[in-house]
Each structure stands twice: as C-alpha cells, then as structure tokens.
Design a protein around this ligand. Sequence first.
Ligand code: NDP
Length: 256
Amino acid sequence: NASRLLGKTVLVTGASGGIGAATAVLFAKGGANVILLARRADALAKVTEACVDAHKQSGLQQGGKFASVQLDVSDLDEVTALWSKVPQELRDVDILVNNAGFVLGVEHVGEISRADIEAMFKTNVYGLISVTQLLVKDFKAKQSGHVINLGSIAGREPYAGGSIYTATKHAVNAFTGSLLRELVNTPIRVTEIQPGMVETEFSIVRYRGDEQAAKKVYEGLDPLTAEDVAEEIVWAASRPPHVNIAETLIFPVNQA
Ligand code: NDP
C-alpha cells in the first residue's frame, strides 16, 4: 500500500542517474521526502527538479522535501560528514537505498588494473558499508528503518570478464544477508534487490565511455528500464511493517 510511504524520508545513493534517479522520483511521487546523493552536482540538481515536479503532480500534501547532497560514498570522511550537508528536517531517515555502484571494464583477471579493482571495491562494497553503518546506528536507536541494497544477478552468478564486479556484488549479498540476520527480531528491515540487465549509463561506464560498445550489450534483448527496478524498490519499501522482502531477482523476459 503506497500510503505507507507518505511523509517518510528516503536516502538514495547514486541518485544522479539510472535506477537511483528513477527511484528518487518514484518515492517523490508517492509522497516521501528524498535525500539524493551522488558525485555529480549538475545531474543531481536535474533529478531533484524532477522530484519536485513529480511531487507537485501527485497533488499529495505529505512529503515534497528534497535535498541533493554531492558526496562520494567511497570517501569515508565524506560519508562521516554526511549529516552536515543534510538540512535538519531531513535527518530522520526511514529508508536507505544503497544504490551507488558500477563496473569498470571487461578485462580478464590478469589484465585488470589495481586502480580499477580498488575503485569498484571502494564504492560498491566499502561505500555501501560506510553508509549502512551510519544509518543503522540511527535505525537501532529509534527501532525502525529499512535498508535496501542494490545487489545484482552478478552477486549470484559470476561471469567471464566480470571477476571484480561479481566479487563486489557477492560481497554485497553476504553483507546484506548478515545484516538481515543481525537485525532479526527488530522492526528494522533489510532487502536486497538483484536486477538482471537494466539499460542505464551503467554499460557506458563499463565500456569507459564507448557508447557503441555499450549499446551492443542490449542488442536483441529487451532490457529492464530504471523505472522497472524503481517500482520493485518502492514496492518492497511499502509492504506492511511485519513483512520483510529479503531478496528479489528481477529480469527482462528474454534474459536467461
Ligand atoms: P548508473 O551508472 O546509471 O548509475 C550509477 C549511479 O551511482 C550514478 O548516479 C552515479 O552518480 C552513482 N555513483 C557511482 N559511484 C558513486 C560514488 N562513489 N559515490 C556516490 N555515487 C556514486 O547505473 P545503474 O543505475 O544501472 O546502477 C545502479 C545500481 O544498480 C548499481 O549498484 C549497479 O551495480 C546495480 N545494477 C545495475 C544493473 C544494470 O544492468 N544497469 C544490473 C544489476 C545491478 P555520480 O557519477 O554522479 O556519482
């Protein structure tokens, strides 16, 4: 029931594009307040405007408060200073969507650079853990909250050329499963969303800006849209309080 989102405050990491942007807008449409976090301030500003419009069009009284926070989740000092960048009225967060993440390159194990290995782990794993640690403290103190992590099919099935990315997403899966078990018997919920192929900037980042190579990934396929995954996230967040959606796997129909 979407009314469960009314007036809630949601923090979405990686909200400047793709799944994170679509999720921020959908929460805004559902009457939630949203903190949008990412590294690119200009892109964040555009998505924040889209949130304002979505909320206006909804006609809802609740929600409608938005803050865009320029922050790199891979930098622990920046994450630690998060609240100094968030207006007081939005510091009581109900739902955390840990979505920031990427894959860089398709090289095989012997060819991957140390810099790329560290970049993927620092954002996809350390970044996600840092933000979670910060929020879970508050969730425990107030005995409510929901952590929603973006895993991937790559967190279940490794593939050639994806050793580091799949390792990061397996780590997300292990971390999320442990967190879920640590918080059992509390009202705090923990969810992992595992998408298959979604058409976003993700492939362009993977192919280091080569848009032609990125497009080829989707040839002959009908990939998910960012909005498809956002709907899954918002659905998980709007279940009754006693229901925890632990894991969901969402695929395009023509992906095996
Ligand atoms: P996009 O590349 O479109 O979006 C990624 C977002 O993460 C951007 O907003 C980017 O913004 C942000 N981001 C990246 N690094 C950081 C960082 N260090 N600190 C803060 N923000 C950061 O990709 P998707 O929307 O497709 O991906 C979102 C999530 O979904 C990722 O975790 C990805 O692994 C996962 N996923 C994606 C799939 C797909 O096929 N697309 C499939 C399965 C899972 P900015 O550059 O402004 O920081």
